[in-house]
Design a binder for this molecule. Structure first.
Ligand code: X8Z
Ligand code: ZN
Length: 674
C-alpha cells in the first residue's frame, strides 16, 4: 500500500504550496528533535533517579511535548500530502498525521494522556502479600473495587460514559489499609516465584493475586481509553483504533498476512506444546494437567505463559548433557558489567559497524546505583541530538545479561546507523524492525560456536547432538512458545476496538485457548480483567510488533549468515567478525523509516521476497521439530482438545473430569433419596 492515501481526505488541504510544506517540515525537524531531547532527558532523569521532583519535571515535559504534537498535527493537516512532489516529504508528512491522537479535542486528548498515565501508575504500584501469609485472613482488609459498570453500559451498545468521566474510577492509590508486609511486586519477586516455584498452590496464589491487584482497578479506565482511542481514530480517517495501529505496517492485507504467518508456525508450536504438556503431567499429575487438553496458565513459568524458558529444568531433552550457560565461566574469568559492554561493542565493531561515542560511556547507567531508587528494566536511549546515546541496565555478571547487553547495544547501533536521517525517519522501517534487528544480532551470541570463540565455553566431550537439542529446546521455550501469545494480544485488542468492550475477559480467554492452548487455573468472570495484567495492554503499546519481530529476527539472521558464508545448521551460525554480515546489517539499519519494510526486505534478500516470512524460523528449529515428532509419536492429540472450552472459562477445571462422575452420581443418588 502507498502510505495511507486515505489520510489525504482528513487533511484540510488548504495550503497547496509545496514550498510551504517543505519549510514546515524543516521547522518540524528542528523543533521535534529539540522537544524529543528535552522529554527524553526528563524521562532518563526520572527512571535513573526516582524522586517526586523528577517525576513532576518529567510530567511537565511530557505535557509540553503533547502540546507540540497537537499543534504540529494541526499544521500538518493544512497540507495535502498527495500534492507534494517529493515522496520523502510526503512520507514525513504522513508520519505526522498517521499515528497521532491529535484529532481529539484538547480536553479529550488530555484525558487520554491522563488515563494512560494513571493505568501505568496503578499497574506499577501493584503489590501482593507473600504466599502463606494468610492473604484471605479476615483481619487483612480486602480491597473492594467499584468495578462494575451500570447495566446500561453492558450489552451491545458502545460504552457510553456520563459527562463526569471520572466518577466511576477508583482513586489511583487505594492501598491505604494494605498491610506493610504485602510488598511483593511483579518484578522481581512475583516473576521469580512463577519462574522457580514448583508448588502448584503457590503458583496459583501469585497468579491470582497479581490479577486481583491489577485487572479490576484498571477495567473502567481501559473502557474509557477504548472509547477515546476509537474517537481519535475515526476522526483521523480510520475505521477504528485497531486499524490506526495497523496502518504503521503499510500493508492493506495486514490481518491476513499475520494470520498466514501464524498458521505457518502453529504446527511447530503444537509439537512443542504437546511435549511440554506431557512433562507437566509428569510433574503436577493428571488432576492438574489434562494429558490431551489445554495447559493451565500458571504452570509455564511466566505470568502470561508467554516465555517458558524457566521450566527448562522440567523439559530438558537430555538432562545428562549440559544446558549451555556461560555464567560460571564469566564469573571464573572475573567478568565485570563494563567488560560485558566492551565485549558487545567489539561484537559490532568486529563486523565493521560503529563504535559507541564517548558520551555513551560517560552517561549510561550500566549497573544498579547504590542509594537511589531506579527502574531496572534494560533499555537503550536515543536523545535525538545525534550525540547522546545511553543504556540503562542493572547489569549482573550472568549469561542472560550478556545477551541483554548485546541486544541493547544493537538498538544503539541502529540509532547510530540512522542518525543522519530526519527526526521523523529515525526509527525502524516498521514497528517490528528494532526488536527484530536487535534479536537477530543476539541469535549469534547465544550459540556454542560463538561462546567458544570468545572463550566462554570449552567443549567438555559431551555428545554434540544432545548439547544441540538442549540448546534448541531452551531457544524454543523462549521464541516458539512466545509466538501464539504475541499473536493473540492484538487479535484481542483489535476485536475490542472493533466490536466493543462487552465480554472482554471471556474473549481474552477464548483467544488464549484458541491460539496458545492455555486455560485459567480458576474460573474467570467479567469482574476480572485479565488483559490488564499485561503492561502493554494498559499502557497503549501495540503488541503485534513482537510477533512479527520474532519471525523477522530469524529471517534477518539467516540473511546475515548467508552473507557471512555460513554453511550448516542455522542455529550454529556466528556472524562475529564478518564484514559482509556487518555491511548487510548496516544496509538494513541505515535507512531507518525512510524506506518501507517491504523495500528493505527486498534489498536484504536480494530481491527474493519483500515479505516477512517464518521460513527461517522454522528452518532454525527443524532439528528440534524432528526430535519432538519422535517424542510425541504416541500422543493421541498433538495440540489440545478444545472441547474443554466451557470448562476452561466458566467452571473450575476439574469439575467435569471423568474421575468426578462417580462422585456426582453418588451425590445425585443421595439427593434423590432425601
Ligand atoms: O516489552 C518488552 C521489552 C521492551 S521492548 C522489555 N518485551 C516484550 C514483553 O515483555 O512482553 C521484550 C519481550 C517481549
Ligand atoms: Zn529491545
Amino acid at each position: 500500500m502507498a502510505y495511507p492515501q486515505e489520510l489525504s481526505h482528513l487533511s484540510l488541504g488548504v495550503n497547496t504550496n509545496s514550498a510551504d510544506a517543505m519549510q514546515f517540515l524543516r521547522e518540524y525537524d528542528r523543533e521535534a528533535s529539540g522537544m524529543c531531547y528535552r522529554v527524553t532527558m526528563a524521562q532518563w532523569k526520572f527512571v535513573t533517579n526516582i524522586t517526586e521532583f523528577n517525576r513532576r519535571r518529567m510530567i511537565e515535559e511530557l505535557a509540553l511535548s503533547s502540546k507540540f504534537e497537537k499543534l504540529s498535527w494541526r499544521k500538518a493537516a493544512a497540507y495535502d500530502p498527495s500534492r507534494l512532489p517529493d515522496p520523502q516529504s510526503r512520507r514525513q508528512l504522513n508520519r505526522i498525521l498517521q499515528a497521532s491522537r491529535a484529532a481529539l479535542s484538547d480536553e479529550k486528548f488530555a484525558e487520554m494522556q491522563q488515563l494512560i498515565n494513571e493505568m501505568k501508575e496503578i499497574y506499577n504500584s501493584a503489590k501482593i502479600c507473600p504466599f502463606g501469609q494468610k492473604p484471605y485472613d479476615p483481619h487483612i482488609p480486602k480491597v473492594s473495587y467499584a468495578t462494575d459498570f451500570p447495566e446500561t453500559n453492558r450489552g451491545h451498545q458502545p460504552y457510553q460514559l456520563t459527562n463526569q468521566p471520572y466518577q466511576h474510577y477508583q482513586p489511583v492509590h487505594d492501598n491505604s489499609e494494605y498491610p506493610n508486609y504485602c510488598d511483593m511486586q511483579l518484578d522481581p519477586e512475583i516473576s521469580r516465584i512463577l519462574a522457580h516455584s514448583r508448588i502448584e498452590s503457590e503458583l496459583l496464589y501469585v497468579w491470582m493475586s497479581f490479577r486481583e491487584q491489577t485487572g479490576p482497578k484498571l477495567k473502567n479506565r481501559f473502557m474509557r481509553y477504548v472509547q477515546l482511542a476509537n474517537e481519535a481514530a475515526t476522526s483521523t480517517g480510520y475505521k477504528d483504533a485497531g486499524e490506526q495501529m495497523r496502518a504503521a505496517y503499510e500493508d492493506p492485507s495486514f490481518r491476513t498476512s499475520v494470520e498466514e504467518m501464524f498458521n505457518q508456525v502453529a504446527p511447530l508450536y503444537k509439537q512443542l506444546f504437546t511435549y511440554v504438556r506431557r512433562k507437566l503431567v509428569l510433574r503436577y499429575g493428571e488432576n492438574s494437567v489434562r494429558p490431551d487438553g489445554p495447559i493451565p496458565a500458571h504452570l509455564l513459568g511466566n505470568m502470561w505463559a508467554q516465555n517458558w524458558k524457566s521450566i527448562m529444568d522440567l523439559v530438558m531433552p537430555f538432562p545428562q548433557a549440559p544446558n549451555i550457560d556461560a555464567t560460571s565461566e564469566m564469573l571464573r574469568q572475573g567478568f565485570t558489567p563494563l567488560r560485558m559492554f566492551q565485549m558487545a561493542e567489539d561484537f559490532y565493531t568486529s563486523m565493521g559497524l560503529k563504535p559507541v561515542p564517548p558520551e555513551f560511556w560517560r552517561s549510561s547507567m550500566l549497573v544498579r546505583p547504590p542509594q537511589r531508587s531506579v527502574q531496572c528494566t534494560a533499555s537503550a536511549w536515543d536523545f535525538c541530538n545525534r550525540i547522546d546515546y545511553r543504556i540503562k541496565q542493572c547489569t549482573e555478571v550472568t549469561m542472560q545479561d550478556l545477551i541483554s547487553t548485546h541486544h541493547e547495544m544493537a538498538h544503539i547501533q541502529y540509532y547510530l546507523q540512522y542518525s543522519e536521517q530526519p527526526q521523523l525517519f529515525r526509527d525502524g522501517a516498521n514497528p517490528a524492525f528494532h526488536e527484530a534487528v536487535a534479536n537477530a544480532a543476539t541469535l549469534s551470541v547465544y550459540n556454542l560456536p560463538h561462546l567458544q570463540r570468545v572463550g566462554l565455553y570449552q567443549n567438555k566431550s559431551h555428545d554434540p547432538y544432545e548439547v544441540s537439542m538442549n540448546f534448541l529446546m531452551s531457544m524454543a521455550l523462549e521464541k516458539v512458545a512466545y509466538l501464539p501469545f504475541a499473536f493473540m494480544v492484538d487479535q484481542w485488542r483489535w476485536s475490542v476496538f472493533e466490536d466493543g468492550v462487552q465480554n472482554m475477559n471471556a474473549k481474552w480467554w477464548q483467544m488464549k485457548l484458541r491460539y496458545q492452548g492455555v486455560i485459567p487455573p480458576k474460573t474467570r468472570t467479567e469482574g476480572d480483567f485479565d488483559p490488564g495484567s499485561k503492561y502493554h495492554v494498559i499502557s497503549d503499546q501495540e503488541y503485534i510488533k513482537y510477533f512479527l519481530a520474532t519471525i523477522l529476527e530469524f529471517q534477518i539472521f539467516e540473511q546475515l549468515c548467508t552473507a557471512a558464508g555460513h554453511a550448516g545448521h542455522l542455529h550454529e551460525c556466528d556472524i562475529y567478525r564478518s564484514r559482509d554480515a556487518g555491511r548487510l546489517l548496516s544496509e538494513i539499519m541505515q535507512p531507518g523509516a525512510s524506506k518501507t519494510a517491504s523495500d528493505i526486505i527486498r534489498s536484504m534478500t536480494r530481491g527474493k521476497t519483500n515479505r516477512i516470512s517464518p521460513e527461517s524460523l522454522v528452518r532454525y528449529f527443524r532439528p528440534l521439530e524432528l526430535w519432538l515428532r519422535v517424542q510425541n509419536r504416541d500422543e493421541q492429540i498433538i495440540g489440545w482438545n478444545s472441547n474443554y472450552n466451557d470448562v476452561a472459562l466458566f467452571a473450575p477445571q476439574r469439575a467435569l473430569s471423568n474421575k468426578n462422575y462417580p462422585c456426582i452420581l453418588l451425590l445425585m443418588f443421595l439427593i434423590a433419596l432425601i
